[in-house]
Write a protein that binds this ligand. Structure first.
Ligand code: GBH
Length: 474
């Protein structure tokens, strides 16, 4: 247990919470919004637990004022949300719909009035369905459509939002959406997933330039990667090679072109049986390498891998539900193992040191680039007590453990400027539906009433004091 004194954070450190549009807004048919791939997917039988959808979600579209007031009451200083593309630009092309855009303007103004810094994510997995019908992310044109959408939102909100994030976890969009198919649009084509990854990268690079041209120069532009910590089961060369391959497919495929201006050679070689990479044009990597102002890291749990060495493969404990299709192209010779230790309700092992490792890695790989933890959190089976209160000591312990590692990284020289807890409130957990609760605020899905859990109070105190309060005895 670290000394209490070491638990003080820099005065300007942002204490935030994060959400995403489809997971909280509801109001899917209002004010001109059209379906995204997640509307289509969740309405397709068998795709989500219990056939649950984001049709109503937690009705944030109508309750945003109360939600912002609650954030302020808790003491949060920052809020990361995403814009629903098909609310702002219903077909993914052409002019904006003012009513859709106005929702985000009102939300941002409300945040600013309460002294909460908005961080706007342009894309959290909800591609307009019309663009998927035209081929989706495996198609090059989607990257240009994304940059155009970025410009429109940048022009409209660049005067009041300083923190911009292009993509959330492009790995999930590419490899869960087009590889394993457990996310929308539910395709299972390894070649398409690699093309999607490149066009997400290209869309990111084009969007950075479009935003720069559309917004005041002092705004900051970042991307949020679900940057995996990949560890070897053993130390023999085959296990280390497995780490290298998965690290390339999880991390290098994005930060290679974004931060270093090149795809890793080892990635290109490892995937030749699936693609010749001829969809990458000569100038693309330079476009993707557009300078960033910050990097967002999303962290939940590390991965543990080994070479298969002829063993019979079982189901992969990769936390993404049952799919015979791997999200990892060209990696059938690699096994995924459960990291030992306590797990959350998702089955994800709790390992705060992974967050430290990740921060220190990017501190070395991207020197001078400010870092934000743009997501970190845990699902637990929270239930109100008879008195209506919700006690979640496990979540407090999780947050305390991870924030302590953030603090340790800062002490060791990392430039971490803020932390966004996932999530502000319970919400639609994608393929898992409403069964998994990540919120610091409890939502009663019958009434949509919000009740801060004890973790929300604990985190609010951290935000107000700039130091981690003690963890209550269980
Ligand atoms: C995030 O996704 C999302 O941004 C957010 O919308 C979501 O609600 C939240 O987290 C909780 O799920 O086991 O090898 O696949 C997280 C997706 C989950 C992808 C953990 C990587 C671990 C590596 N990530 N997963 S592996």
């Amino acid at each position: 247990m670290p000394e209490p004194m070491t638990q003080t954070f820099p005065p300007a450190f942002l204490w935030g919470a994060a959400t995403s549009a489809y997971q909280i807004e509801g109001a899917v048919g209002e004010d001109g919004r059209t379906p995204s791939i997640w509307d289509t997917f969740s309405h397709t039988p068998g795709r989500t637990a219990g056939g649950e959808t984001g049709d109503v979600a937690v009705d944030h579209y109508h309750r945003y004022r109360d939600d912002v007031a609650l954030m302020a009451e808790l003491g949060l200083t920052a809020y990361r949300f995403s814009v629903s593309w098909s609310r702002v630009q219903p077909t993914g092309r052409g002019p904006v719909v003012q009513r859709g855009l106005d929702f985000y303007r009102r939300l941002v103004d409300e945040l600013l009035e309460h002294g909460i810094k908005p961080a706007l994510t342009l894309y959290h997995w909800d591609l307009p369905q019309e663009l998927e019908d035209a081929g989706g992310w495996p198609e090059r044109d989607t990257a240009f459509r994304f940059a155009e959408y970025a410009r429109l939102v940048g022009e409209a909100l660049g005067d009041r939002v300083e923190q911009w994030i292009t993509l959330n976890e492009p790995w999930c969009s590419a490899f869960l959406g087009y590889g394993s198919g457990v996310h929308a649009p539910g395709r299972t084509d390894p070649a398409a997933s690699l093309r999607a990854a490149h066009h997400l990268n290209l869309g990111h690079g084009l969007a950075v330039s479009a935003l720069r041209a559309a917004m005041p120069a002092h705004n900051r532009i970042a991307v949020s990667l679900n940057s995996s910590v990949v560890r070897p089961l053993g130390q023999d060369p085959a296990d280390l090679a497995a780490v290298r391959r998965i690290d390339d497919l999880a991390n290098g495929i994005f930060h290679g072109p974004m931060l270093h201006g090149a795809y890793p050679e080892t990635l290109l070689e490892a995937t030749r049986s699936v693609t010749d990479w001829s969809h990458v044009l000569d100038t693309d990597v330079r476009t993707i390498n557009a300078p960033l102002d910050a990097l967002g890291l999303n962290y939940y749990t590390p991965a543990l891998v080994s070479a298969a060495s002829g063993e019979v493969k079982g189901p992969r404990p990769d936390g993404h539900g049952a799919s015979e299709h791997s999200p990892w192209p060209c990696s059938d010779d690699i096994l995924f193992h459960q990291t030992p230790g306590e797990r959350t309700e998702m089955g994800w092992t709790i390992d705060p040191t992974g967050l430290y490792e990740l921060i220190m890695r990017y501190t070395r790989e991207a020197p001078g680039l400010p870092l934000y933890v743009t997501e970190n959190g845990a699902a637990y089976d929270d239930k109100p007590d008879p008195d209506g209160r919700v006690h979640d000591p496990e979540r407090i312990a999780y947050l305390h453990g991870h924030l302590s590692e953030v603090r340790r990284a800062i002490a060791d020289g990392a430039d971490v400027r803020g932390y966004y807890l996932w999530s502000l409130m319970d919400n639609f957990e994608w393929a898992y539906g409403y069964g998994k609760r990540f919120g610091a605020v409890y939502v009663d899905y019958a009434t949509l009433e919000r009740t801060p859990k004890s973790s929300a109070r604990w985190y609010g105190e951290a935000a107000r004091t700039g130091a981690l309060p003690p963890v209550p005895a269980a």
